[in-house]
Structures are given as structure tokens and as C-alpha cells.
Design a protein around this ligand. Sequence first.
Ligand code: IMP
Length: 441
Amino acid sequence: MPATSVIGAQWGDEGKGKIIDLITDQADVVVRFQGGANAGHTVIVEGNKFVFHLLPSGVLREGKLNVLGGGLVIDPAQLLSEIDQFTERGIDVMSRLAVAGNAHCVMPYHKTLDALREGRKAGVPIGTTGRGIGPAYADKAHRAGIRMYDLIDEQRLRARLEANVEEKNRFITQVYEGEALDLEQVFADAWALGQRLAPLVTDTGRVLRAALDDGKHVFFEGAQGVMLDIDHGTYPFVTSSNSDTLGIAAGAGVSPRRIGHQIGVVKAYCTRVGAGPFPSELFDAQADHLREGGGEFGATTGRPRRCGWFDVPVARYAAQLCEFDGLAITKLDVMSGMPEVGLVTAYEIDGETVDEYPVDTTLVERAKPIIEMFPGWTENVSAVRDVADLPETCRAFVDEICSRVGVPWEILSVGPGRESTMFRNPARRTADPTPAGGVSS
Ligand code: IMP
């Protein structure tokens, strides 16, 4: 059976959490392959709220193996606090989770450095989530990182920390005028966390290849989105990993040939958190409508998200890069009540009309949106369960998106609940719609 991937096709927060939660009932294995606790989504099942930053979405379902792959940077304290939170509610996370030994650890000095770098006077702040993601990936590339395998080996951990803490303290105190960390404390805390995580640490690449060989259905769960990809997004206003299909093979330890079906998730409009170019951004009452209606506040940081119209060149670029088979279009309900809805169809850059997304970020910064407006819909669509029952204007808007992006829709979402979903192919409909459920991401 081919593996399925669910990837954000904008700047993250497209509603991947709901889509993944819905279709993981068909998965045997759910895998995160990049990023860390910068991701965030909330799942509500039968009135219980679960906040995810690191754990794959499949942990809520019995009988699924959940994998944190080698491409992640994992904050051990955050991971254990999530495990504890879920375990206290009767979910046996420890029996459903495997953690890659070659994944890197986010250490306290990474979080300190993330905060200090963002606060420095020189340079442009990225508006990071403050979770230590960039500094942890920098150490990985610098060959100074601490991997899960090191965290669970006392001597290796001590040696790696001795080398790191001394160097990081010099940076923290001399470059950023921050407060030094205490080596013994960092070691004692890390070792205690490592001992608790040790039973989960394994060669997850081997586990995944074997699962695929056995015909198991593996789901790859993207975090962030294409436009936050370190190589293909709006650099430098990006996260520090390949946050799209291109990151799956390296981050999970499987060949790219294994990735079969690819779902790109887009919101019917766009949002972005943090700094960086965002050509379709709105600043008026329309932005407020989307922000308030869509609950557009960061799941990890609580920051209000910047809101704008659906950006066709961005989504088409993402689709071409990842070769999506189908789109999941989310939050159509949020646009209800807008007299007109817009699509950014091209940009004007230095007096020229540009149809395709330019990879040079400075051009994106100068891009003025060329917007086409379409009639909106006043009806509340959140109770619609059949595409034929959507207002004609809403269906026409969906068709415009799909034909311009060049990918058919596969899933339409009109509300946070599992039941507020339409599948083009009803065979993919979840067998377990929980009316009380809801997901925001
Ligand atoms: P970092 O990943 O914390 O280093 O942040 C880098 C950029 O990515 C910032 O603009 C963040 O707001 C953004 N970012 C990171 N994770 C997410 C996410 O899960 N959703 C949306 N934006 C994110």
C-alpha cells in the first residue's frame, strides 16, 4: 500500500490537524518527519481537549504506531509533558510511540539562544515560536548536536554537554549579554529526561521500511508548510527544516519512492504568523472577519495571525514542488457572510505582471497583489455534508481555486468537527465521525 502524506501548502496552520485526525483511522503508522514543538494543534474528542506540539496525531487512536522520525528536533521536556498529559487521560502513549535515535534534542541553551537572537538589536527578527528550533538545527548542521542516542547514554551525554555548554555560555554571555547556564543542572535534567524516554528510542527508519514492506499504511504528517520550508519558502522568514514532501524521505529514513498519495492542505484564504513577505495580506475589516471567524491565533504562541486572500501563485508553486494528488480545502465556513471573496491571481513586481511565485524573497517583498473578486455566500455552510448542497458561489470559488492551482479537491472542510467534512471519494470518509470532536490547527 502506498504511503500517504499530508502537507501544508501555505504558511502553516492550514488545518492539517483536522485532516490528519480524520484520515488516520485508515493508517497503521503515523509519522512526523521534521520540525519540533513549534507546531501546534488542538484536538477535541468527546469534550476532551488535547494540545499537540510534538506527538503525531495518531496517538489518540488505539492500535496505531506513532513515530517521531530522525528529521525532528525534539525537546525532551516538552515531549514528556505531552506524554504525561495524554497518559493522565487514559491514553497509553508509551505503547504507541517510537522515537528516532538519530533525532536531535532541543536543549535549554537552544531556547535561550532562540530568544536572545530574536531580541538582538542587529538583524531582522524572524518572529520564531521561541522553541529553540533554529539553534537546534544549527547545531545539527554544525555537527555539535545531541541526538536521542546521546541523551540515553550517560557518558556520551556528559561529554557532548561539556563541549556544548561551555561554548554556548560564551555566546550567551559575551555576544548576547544573557545569563550563563549551569552545566551540572543541564546534565542532571537532560539525563533524567533521557532515562524516561529510553524505552521509546529506536532506529525508526528501519521500523518504517519494514512496515512499508509488510504493506502497512503509513501516513506522513507535515508540520508548518511549503512556504516555511528552509530551502523553498520565503527565506529567511522560514522555519529550519524541509517542511514539505521534500523533507519526508530524509526525515523519516525511507526512499522518496515510497511516498504514494499526496494531499496538499490549503485554507480557502491565507494566514501567516511571524515576520516575512505575505503579498495577499489584508489590513481591513475583511482581515478581522477572517481572523475572528477562523480563530486565527497561533496555537503555539497565541499571536494573532496575519490574514489575506487565497494566493494562487503560492499554492500553484507548492503544488508543482510537491506534486499533490489532491487538495484538502479547509475553513470554507469562515468566509460565509463576506459579500465578495478574493483570489490573488498574479503579482505586480516593479511594474511587470508576474504569474508565477518568484523564489527570490526580495521580489516577493516588492510584490503587489493582483486580486480578482468573486461573489461570496451568506449562508452558513458549516452544516453542509454534500457538495451539491453548497451555495453555487462557494462551489464556483472552490472550482476557481482548483483549476488555477491545477489540482483537484479531495476533501472540503466546513468546520472544526470531524463530521464537517466532504470527501470527493466517499471511500476515504472516516469510519468514526465523532460529532463532539473538533480540531483546530
Ligand atoms: P521557528 O520554526 O520557531 O524557528 O519559527 C520560524 C518561522 O516559522 C516563524 O515565522 C514562525 O511563526 C513560523 N512557524 C513555525 N512553526 C509554525 C507553525 O506550526 N505554524 C505556523 N507558523 C509556524
